[in-house]
Design a protein around this ligand. Sequence first.
Ligand code: SF4
Length: 389
Amino acid sequence: MPYLFYGAPSSIIVRMGPALYIHIPFCKRKCIYCNFYSRIYDAASASAFTDILISQVERIKGPLHSIYIGGGTPSALDRKIFEKLLARLKDLTISSGEFTVEVNPESLDDEKIKTMLGLGVNRLSIGTQSLDDRKLKKLGRLHSAARAQEAVLSAHKYGFKNISADLIFGVWGETPDSWKKELDGMVRLPIDHVSCYELTYEKGTPLYSAVLSKSVLPLDSDITSAMYEAAIDILGLRGFKQYEISNFAKEGCGSKHNMNYWDNNPYIGLGPSAVSYIDGVRSRNVSDVKEYMDRARTGRALTEFSEKLSPLKSAKETAAVKIRTRDGIGFDWFRAKTGFDLRELEKKALPKLIEDGFIKYKAEGEIQTGICLKRKGFLFCDTVSSALL
Ligand code: SF4
């Protein structure tokens, strides 16, 4: 049994070098649009939770592809708790060399930056979200535009060489011109990577209720499409190559951890609501920190959902996620990865997607080598992914 992971594992034996994702389920405040699992930070719960995480991390044997601590807000942890967790992770072998932590501007300080640098973190993903104070306020964020910029500058000053900044576009009242100004401001900062996400209205969030009550009017899709295209153009001109639907990076600075997801390679998820994909089994941990801790302490399964993917389903999922990347899907790569011929597997979907102008064939000379998105496909990527599933 390659992974003794569910229930009360005596060890987590890693053979294939999966990526490790750790979900820190605490935030200083809930943003009105967010449907990630997290609860309001309190030091006692965070400390108890971190001790459980550490005991799980200590059972991991073997090299990992990459480590990513996300959430929630990892930087919300008190410095001593944060340090304790990072100190346990620092000795794990990471084959890709990439160790990322997500941080928010309001909870990032110089001491935490130095702690991370000293304990092997080499990539920061900063939740800047916007460089417009009104927009940040609407979204319920705790930081200002000035604080977002300071966070990036401090991380750079102390020595982070791979900094990613998140941006949200499509917020009600926003215009393509104000969005372009934010992009211009962002690319002047010492960052290497930008993740741009369109605001979505998720059921169960306060923002969703505000839309239902008509106190918030979402922007038309032609405006949000224009914003997305502006991001592709402006970031591209400033050296940030789009390498996935929402992600742009300077040469060599693409996220290796995320590429592991898009290649449909294995990963371990620790923490409530985290997803794992090991030996063809996809599972999701319970989405409640207390329940997660209770189960961990009493040796019960941490998962609330689990399914073994058939080779066919796994191949289709591989196609649906890999198409999100700029390079698309190589036929040889796909066959080696899944055992299926992509043209045969998707013989109904591919002609239609090509006819509709979403994708095109890649070719070397006369030989077709794979498929990738066209500009229109980037705008309607969810439609393309669904067609391949
Ligand atoms: S800080 Fe991030 S994870 Fe926390 S509520 Fe806001 S968007 Fe969600």
